[in-house]
Write a protein that binds this ligand. Structure first.
Ligand code: URA
Length: 237
């Protein structure tokens, strides 16, 4: 049953798809975390999530707001044990105003379910709250946020985490890991490691689900999906 579920999800992926670990070190995270970044978003000093989200709607700390439809703030229970931190909203998220509602989000949800984790019980957010894209014909092509954009947006997810105080923080991909550890993180060599950070007793670095959508070979995609599920299983413990 379990296998057929995986099969189903990865086959669905086929249709969507066109086509040791140096540990991140806690003390360096703490050290840099408090540093004030010029141009960083001004976040209201509040423990009221609605006020935070409302303030984020008008954020102009970096230029990304200019081409985005709206700010996509995090969502989920404020008592969540697990926070999932992605990169930035994609096309679907930008239009809907909610994180991880497009193809990568559906895949994430399936992987979590396979791992025994209910997405509805997780708080889901992004390191950068506006969609960065460039036009390609009629399509809007995703572009990676740069360091200044990641730094400008950092106070928002930090404010979310201060409210939620999760047991587990999951960095989905390199941008999220870079935002948290404030250095480049080589996801393929550091994935699967769990370290304590200022944000959570257990912080896990893993891949971004959209990377699975880009694997052209079906067998490799199945294998990588299973590995991703294996890492997410750590959250169920
Ligand atoms: N990718 C992300 O990193 N976040 C989203 O919300 C959607 C896609």
């Amino acid at each position: 049953m379990k296998n057929s579920l995986v099969e189903l999800s990865v086959n669905a992926l086929d249709r969507i798809s066109r086509k040791r670990k140096p540990s991140p070190h806690r003390s360096s995270v703490r050290g840099k975390m408090s540093a004030k970044v010029a141009g960083a978003a001004k976040v209201p000093a509040t423990s009221d999530w609605d006020v935070l989200r409302g303030a984020a709607r008008t954020c102009k700390a970096c230029p990304l707001y200019k081409n985005a439809t709206q700010t996509v703030f995090g969502e989920g229970p404020l008592k969540a044990r697990i926070v999932l931190l992605g990169e930035q909203p994609g096309d679907a998220e930008d239009l809907e105003g909610r994180p991880f509602v497009g193809p990568a989000g559906r895949l994430l949800e399936r992987a979590l379910a396979e791992a025994g984790v209910d997405r509805a019980r997780c708080y889901v957010t992004n390191a950068v709250k506006h969609f960065k894209w460039k036009p390609r014909g009629k399509r809007r092509l995703h572009e990676k946020p740069n360091n200044a954009e990641i730094a400008a947006c950092r106070p928002w997810w930090q404010a979310e985490l201060k409210l939620i105080r999760p047991q587990f923080l999951v960095c989905l991909g390199g941008t999220a890991a870079r935002a948290v550890f404030e250095r480049e993180v080589k996801v393929m060599s550091e994935r699967g490691s769990i370290v304590k950070t200022a944000w959570a007793e257990r912080t896990l670095v893993t891949i971004h689900p959209s990377s699975l959508l880009r694997i052209p070979d079906s067998e490799a995609r199945h294998r990588e999906f299973a590995r991703f599920v294996g890492e997410l299983t750590l959250l169920a413990k």
